[in-house]
Design a protein around this ligand. Structure first.
Ligand SMILES: [Zn+2]
Length: 171
């Protein structure tokens, strides 16, 4: 660190290296977990929102954030904010692309920041859209378990290449 007091931008830059403990290819910012960095009288306040309440990775994320900032000599505390609840819509296209490259089918929804009108049709049965296989791109896929490696994901199987894969469920 320089002798100058760090700014919020410095803290954002430092936290860019903190990745999701379960998906090491995407940063917390790209996932939309990192919500805000606020300067306070005695350092910084970092606001994070878990991908779902009770996500077991949350303690790890808090520790990782604290460790990176402590190493840089930045005094900060981590605030976990549950409302508004995290949604896969906060995930950037960049993160979705990285997930796909990592072998996890990204959530089938609009990219972060996009505003869409959600129209609910009473008669329409609740079904998941076709989830393209991250390996071969085939949409001939079936869900094989509602919960994958973590509760955030469902386990799918590709009927074209026979590969199982995780699908990051939208919510
Ligand atoms: Zn496939």
């Amino acid at each position: 660190m320089t002798a100058l007091a760090p700014t919020s931008a410095d803290v954002w830059a430092l936290l860019e290296q903190v990745t999701d403990p379960e998906i090491p290819v995407v940063s917390l910012r790209e996932l939309g977990i990192l919500r805000a960095v606020n300067a306070t009288d005695d350092g910084f306040e970092v606001v994070i929102t878990p991908t779902y309440s009770g996500c077991p990775a949350m303690g790890q994320i808090e520790d990782d954030v604290q460790a990176v900032l402590a190493e840089a000599g930045v005094s900060a505390r981590v605030l976990t904010q549950l409302a508004p609840a995290w949604t896969t819509d906060w995930m950037c296209d960049e993160a979705k692309e990285k997930l796909r490259a990592y072998g996890i089918a990204p959530p089938q929804r609009q990219s972060c920041g996009a505003q869409v009108n959600v129209i609910q049709f009473m008669q329409k049965p609740v079904t998941e859209p076709d989830i393209p296989c991250p390996q071969c791109g085939s949409t001939q896929t079936v869900v094989s378990a509602e919960f994958g490696s973590t509760a955030c994901k469902a386990l799918y199987k590709c009927l074209s290449c026979q590969e199982p894969f995780d699908y990051f469920k939208p919510y």
